[in-house]
Design a binder for this molecule. Structure first.
Ligand code: MG
Length: 425
């Protein structure tokens, strides 16, 4: 079985290379075709042998590698709710060792149900499961010679539109002109949509650190920042704003109303994630589209939000909401409410591409998040391997090679590893 499949693949690779190539380029194309052929895959005998992980960004980014008996390795990433989860990764790994990674949904459900009394409804448990599930898709794709989007049922689009998160939040009290400059920079780079953060814990006009009712001066500051953004980029660029779920309901309502003349793509998480009714009230009160979901988990978590009509757009984080299969299920559920899908994305390029496969595979995909750090922080280039351009003119091209199409660069990642935690051991 193993050798006949190998022979078949070998012959297929040769005939493809010969048919497609003039003689002059034969050598290189032939080698490429061989490279792209999964040489050791005998899917029916494939078994998981081990799972290892590494953490960077103070433990906020988890990378897992799942090993098999055929030297095929799957790569996955989890974010945000992953700090301190080393032993959880190992524990989940024990559930799947010895099993075929091709039964992705079955392994996901096995681990999820096993954690029913351990918080498997949200948070760390699911963020770790997400990283593992993603690595299983990568493994399945490599074993079967197919890109992940194909395993998810094929694609609606070849490229995924992304918006630039300007991360101005990091700098000190940005002024309206800083917003305008950052928006223009993104547009000059080819992006057609930008996002800004409006919440500022150190705003001198805040009443105090714990009360999140915005003062009139805070409201004015928010308006001036977004108004400068709109003026800088004109009407043809999408702009949106994130409140990081920090404010109270009346502030959320006032900000949404106040920003209506600026025609936002959306206002994100005006209030914390837990209260569906508060979202529903804000959404009903304004023509500004309200978006939430990066702090919601599983299709179960999105159901009440959608059922109540509490948001206009959903933005699950596919590196923590349950995984790529779950992301597709959430998107499909949203589609039955005619709600678009606009995933949150704060991961590496591995996570970005994993998310892009899901975005390609659903009809109601709207736009996905992209980060300025890919362009300004060399760490993000050093920690992964991939070929070609990461992003072009505000679009990510979904990779056509087996699996996700982006790999962890363990060597490059090592110097950023979180101290005191084993690194791929
Ligand atoms: Mg957000």
């Amino acid at each position: 079985m193993k050798s006949s499949r190998r022979n078949f693949l070998h012959k297929a690779a040769i005939s493809t290379a010969m048919a497609a190539t003039p003689l002059a380029g034969f050598g290189a194309t032939f080698e490429k075709a061989i490279d792209r052929t999964p040489k050791s895959s005998s899917p029916s005998d494939l078994k998981i042998t081990d799972i290892k992980c590494g953490y960077i960004r103070n433990g906020g980014s988890l990378f897992v590698k799942i090993y098999t008996n055929q030297d095929i390795i799957g790569h996955g990433e989890g974010v945000d709710a992953v700090a301190g989860t080393y032993h959880l990764v190992k524990r989940m790994g024990n559930f799947i060792k010895g099993q075929s990674p091709l039964n992705v949904h079955r392994l996901f459900e096995t681990i999820r149900k096993a954690g029913f009394f351990q918080g498997a409804q949200s948070g760390m448990y699911l963020a770790v499961l997400t990283a593992i599930e993603t690595a299983l898709w990568d493994l399945a794709g490599k074993a079967l010679g197919l890109p992940v989007y194909q395993l998810l049922g094929g694609k609606f689009r070849d490229s995924v539109r992304v918006y630039m998160d300007t991360a101005l939040y990091q700098s000190r009290l940005p002024k309206p002109e800083d917003f305008a400059a950052a928006a223009k920079e993104a547009v000059d780079m080819g992006f057609t949509a930008v996002k800004f953060d409006l919440d500022q814990a150190n705003d001198p006009n805040k009443y105090d650190r714990f009360n999140w009712t915005a003062s009139p001066a805070e409201l004015q500051r928010m308006y001036d920042q977004m108004s400068a953004t709109r003026e800088a980029v004109g009407q043809k660029i999408d702009i949106c704003a994130d409140m990081h779920g920090r404010y109270d309901a009346i502030t959320g309502e006032r900000v949404a109303k106040m920003l209506e003349p600026l025609n936002l793509m959306w206002l994100e998480e005006p209030v914390p994630a837990e209260n569906t009714d508060a979202y529903k009230k804000i959404t009903a009160s304004t023509s500004t589209p309200i978006c939430a979901g990066e702090n919601h988990y599983l299709t179960y978590g999105f159901r009440p939000l959608l059922e109540a009509g509490a948001v206009d757009i959903i933005m699950p984080d596919l590196q923590k909401c349950g995984g790529l299969g779950e992301g597709q299920r959430i998107s499909n559920l949203a589609n039955t409410y005619y709600v678009p899908f606009a995933p949150h994305m704060v991961a590496s390029y591995l996570g970005a591409m994993a998310s892009a496969h899901v975005c390609a595979s659903v009809p109601n995909f709207m736009i996905m998040e992209w980060q300025i750090y890919f362009h300004k922080n060399k760490m993000f280039q050093e920690i992964v391997h991939f070929e070609g351009e990461a992003v072009e003119n505000g679009f990510i091209r979904v990779r056509d090679i087996p699996g996700i199409g982006v790999e962890i660069n363990e060597e490059g990642m090592k110097k950023y590893a979180q101290e005191g935690v084993p690194f791929f051991e």
